[in-house]
Write a new protein. Structure first.
Length: 117
């Protein structure tokens, strides 16, 4: 995906640097993820309020753990190729990435993800 400062691709996901709320973050773009997530350590830097989810839910991790998520940061500004988009980011304790951008965000900004190229 263009707009990343550095990009690594596999057959299923793309990783790289993405700008969220004017901060460069290490991102995983994962079209198999239904929603988008942010680690609480990065979210603290955004300077925006989080909101309690009406219905907290569990998220399964790749290592088989299940984590309950309960907070969301609404309307986070995500810059791609000099254009601002927005995403609701659910707070998720993770260490490998600052954000995981799921299909909800990709769909909302009419993104085309070409992992082949």
């Amino acid at each position: 995906m263009s707009g990343f400062q550095t990009v690594e691709a596999s057959l299923d996901v793309v990783t790289g640097i993405l700008t969220v709320q004017s901060h460069d973050v290490y991102a995983l773009i994962d079209p198999s993820s239904t929603l988008s997530y942010v680690t609480p350590f990065v979210a603290m830097e955004f300077g925006i309020e989080s909101y309690q989810l009406h219905d907290p839910f569990s998220v399964s991790t790749p290592v088989g753990e299940s984590i309950t998520v309960a907070r969301v940061y609404r309307g986070c500004v995500v810059m791609v190729q000099g254009r601002d988009t927005t995403a609701d980011l659910i707070e998720l304790g993770m260490v490998d990435f600052d954000v995981i951008m799921g299909i909800d965000w990709l769909y909302s900004c009419f993104a085309k993800l070409d992992c082949w190229t």
